[in-house]
Design a protein around this ligand. Structure first.
Ligand SMILES: [Zn+2]
Length: 95
């Protein structure tokens, strides 16, 4: 559909929704939009965007880190812990 089903305004570029009424131009656009959101939520850029848009940023950041940690494979976790332990051992004698 080239026009908004609600207000009839012509579609702007590749937008999925009408900017003035927040209505999808067609059902296909709705599906494409959902797919894009899903893909974006799995990227770092999408996560950062979500954190920035959130009302409670620190809570959003914590939730994002939790999700990231849950999605991190065990091997990577072991490597991270080893690195932290290594840095700790190096730094502690300085104090
Ligand atoms: Zn409209």
């Amino acid at each position: 559909m080239k026009n908004c089903p609600q207000c009839g305004q012509p579609r702007l570029g590749e937008a999925f929704k009408c900017p003035s009424c927040d209505v999808f131009y067609s059902q296909l656009d709705e599906l494409l939009y959902a797919e894009q959101q899903k893909q974006e939520s799995q990227t770092l850029k999408g996560t950062l965007k979500r954190i920035r848009a959130a009302e409670d940023r620190s809570q959003a950041l914590r939730a994002a880190l939790k999700t990231l940690w849950l999605n991190t494979p065990l091997k990577t976790k072991i490597v991270i812990w080893t690195l932290i332990a290594f840095v700790f051992v190096l730094v502690v004698p300085v104090f």
